[in-house]
Design a protein around this ligand. Structure first.
Ligand code: ATP
Ligand code: MG
Length: 635
């Protein structure tokens, strides 16, 4: 019997070594012991990174929803599967048991069929964080349709591009959505997008805000009447292991988003196994990931990973600031959350508010804290560790990507000793390596280079929808026979990895390669600083010099900016060296971010280079309004 839960560091190394020495035997054991297969595989793994092509569990037959729902009915039918916490706390939480989820997914699946959706069809899901989002995802999987969830905060243009790119024939949406004190006319955005999407035949509309919306005759249909009539039994479509499960577009931090395609069996096995171990999920725990299901984090660690383990997964509709900045902690207390998984951007925003709002609540149920999406800077790490975790809940700084499907580098809580700003050790089965600029692998420890993965893991994306060449060019052409992540990393003296930022963002100052994360980390140590982003700009002597954009904690406070600049540069000098001192420091009220909350250095770089005529599409930003302000005050 393989161990599904890793319990101590020695065991981690033991299991890790096995997973690397005999990957096929290792994953075959995990897959064989913990899942429901309609037919077992003929071959565990076939791969060739030069094509590139990866196939796991070929020949196997299964349906992922039988693994996420049906097989739990006998043992945990009455246990909460999805714990829905609405935007307005007064509305009250909704507990959806595994049995109720089973019936609701089946009904939805029958409606999809009735509306002409077939196996292999693409369905675009543009639904806010309400139960229908998770249910529609699972309903697609039930009948073998490929879901493409688009985050319901995207604009009409962004939505239309994604619908057309994967040629979706149906869109599922809602009349509107709540976001803090605001309501959003989601259906209006869909109508606008659909002016330019010839392939869409049907729009199913869930009711959420009861607004009076326009319904287009023949195309738009209210969901509820169909659900009411539908049978709550729907036979699961038996799928091939390598059939596509979903398409999901990357966040778009570095350019045009890529429609990553994930296939069923490998994705299921890896997300389930990582969920159990990276969060040390135990029976009766209540797990909460604050991401939106519109991102990969939500796909893998709100829906599929937790449900495959029979877990209770919290789904939160609202925002951290509504009704006030204590909302996250209120939810943790109310539902006795044991694992809490969020992003550095949220942690920094909450840390800015002071600790009173955290201390108001009983957070003693917490056992594990997680971070994902960006490097977490040391100051935010300590704030999270001290005030939320009270020093007793390990923080897992988990590094991974839309493309990787699951967590790749992470501490295992209570197993791997943590270290601020370090994602620490590769997860079981993951073989990272660091490459230098000449394409040579950097051996040994205390090295820094470009992060690649040498060997396939079960949930690696198989292609970019409709553009296999782009898939090959982006990930497999930089280094021979390796998956290139696009991120830079260092490996310390004990083999821990620290992500230093995106390789595209590396700045070469007087011949030295400087990653963004360590410098921003040093800047953020200054007590007055909330967030920072650095980019390069052309410099006669150094080649490039550093330009820092910095937001301060107390907006409106009149501290002497020149003194602050000196103090910040002194900090950088002490921490990293004089080479990393900033030539220009601009204080600003906000930094441009993606909708998933990541800093978009690409735009800041153009401003620093004074190339503002071609900033590209900034309408997909979370806060496009900050861009003009930054440009107006650029140095
Ligand atoms: P695009 O690929 O379209 O530019 P994106 O890279 O932001 O967008 P995602 O797949 O959502 O899209 O994000 C993955 C990236 O997020 C990683 O490549 C890395 O740069 C960053 N990241 C995620 N988790 C961490 C982490 N724990 N530490 C540091 N960086 C992280
Ligand atoms: Mg990326």
């Amino acid at each position: 019997m393989s161990n599904y839960h890793i319990k101590h560091l020695e065991e981690y190394y033991q299991v890790y070594r096995k997973s690397v020495r005999e990957p096929e035997n290792f994953w075959e054991e995990i897959a064989g012991e913990h899942f429901l297969w309609r037919k077992k595989w003929d071959k565990v793994l076939e791969w060739d990174f030069t094509k590139p092509e990866v196939k796991w569990f070929q020949g196997a037959k299964l349906n992922i929803t039988e693994n996420c729902i049906d097989r739990h009915l006998a043992t945990r039918g009455d246990q909460t599967a999805i714990l829905f916490e609405p935007n307005d706390p007064k509305e009250g939480a909704e507990h959806i048991t595994y049995r109720q989820l089973y019936h609701r997914v089946n009904k939805f699946a029958n409606v999809l069929k009735e509306q002409g959706v077939k196996k292999g069809d693409r369905v675009c899901i543009y639904v806010p964080m309400i139960p229908e989002l998770a249910i529609s995802v699972l309903a697609c999987a039930r009948i073998g349709a490929i879901h493409s969830v688009v985050f319901a905060g995207f604009s009409a243009t962004a939505l239309a591009t994604r619908i057309n790119d994967s040629d979706c024939k149906m869109v599922i949406t809602s009349d509107g959505s709540y976001r803090g004190a605001k309501t959003i006319d989601l259906k209006g955005i869909v109508d606008e997008a659909l002016e330019n999407t010839p392939g869409v035949e049907t729009v199913l509309v869930a009711k959420r805000i009861n607004s009076d919306i326009k319904m287009k005759e023949g195309r738009d249909k209210w969901l509820q009447p169909f659900l009411d009539k539908a049978s709550d039994q729907c036979k699961a479509e038996i799928m091939d292991a390598e059939d596509p499960l979903f398409i999901l577009y990357t966040s778009g931090s570095t350019g045009k988003p890529k429609g990553m395609v994930h296939t069923i069996a490998g994705y299921m096995v890896y997300t389930a196994y990582t969920f159990k171990n990276a969060f040390q999920y135990k029976e009766n725990d209540v797990y909460w990931c604050t991401a939106d299901i519109g991102w990969i984090t939500g796909h893998s660690y709100i829906v599929y990973g937790p449900l495959a383990n029979g877990a209770t997964s919290v789904m939160f509709e609202g925002v951290p600031s509504y009704p006030d900045f204590g909302r996250f902690w209120d939810i943790v207390e109310k539902h006795k959350v044991s694992q809490f998984y969020t992003a550095p951007t949220a942690i920094r925003a909450l840390a800015k508010q002071g600790v009173e709002l955290v201390e108001k609540y009983d957070l003693s149920s917490l056992k594990v804290l997680g971070s994902v999406g960006e490097p977490i800077n040391e100051e935010a790490w300590h704030w999270y560790n001290d005030n939320v975790g009270k020093g007793k809940s390990p923080i897992i700084d988990s590094w991974w990507q839309t493309e990787t499907g699951g967590i790749m580098i992470t501490p295992i809580p209570y197993v791997t000793p943590t270290k601020p700003t370090y994602a620490t050790l590769p997860f079981i089965g993951i073989q990272p390596c660091l490459m230098d600029e000449n394409g040579e692998e950097l051996k040994g420890n205390q090295v820094e280079g470009r992060l690649c993965i040498k060997f396939p893991w079960p949930s690696i994306a198989r292609t970019i929808w409709g553009n296999h060449q782009r898939y090959k060019d982006t990930y497999f052409s930089t280094y021979e026979n390796k998956y290139f992540t696009g991120d830079g990393s260092l490996r310390d003296e004990v083999g821990y990895y620290r992500i230093t930022g995106r390789v595209d963002d590396v700045i070469i100052v007087s011949g030295h390669n400087l990653g963004t994360a360590p410098i921003e980390d040093a800047i953020n140590e200054h007590p007055a600083v909330s967030e920072s982003a650095i980019v390069g700009f052309p410099h006669d002597v150094k080649g490039s010099a550093l330009y820092g954009y910095i937001t301060l904690k107390d907006v409106g406070e009149s501290r002497n900016h020149d003194n602050l600049r000196k103090e910040i540069n002194q900090l950088i000098s002490d921490r990293i060296g004089p080479i990393a001192k900033l030539n220009k420091i601009q204080f600003t009220d906000g930094l441009p971010k993606t909708r998933s909350g990541k800093i978009m250095r690409r735009i800041l770089r153009k401003i620093a280079e004074k190339e503002t005529s071609n900033l590209g599409d900034i309408s997909t930003l979370l806060n496009p309004e900050v861009v003009q302000n930054i440009m107006d005050n650029a140095l």
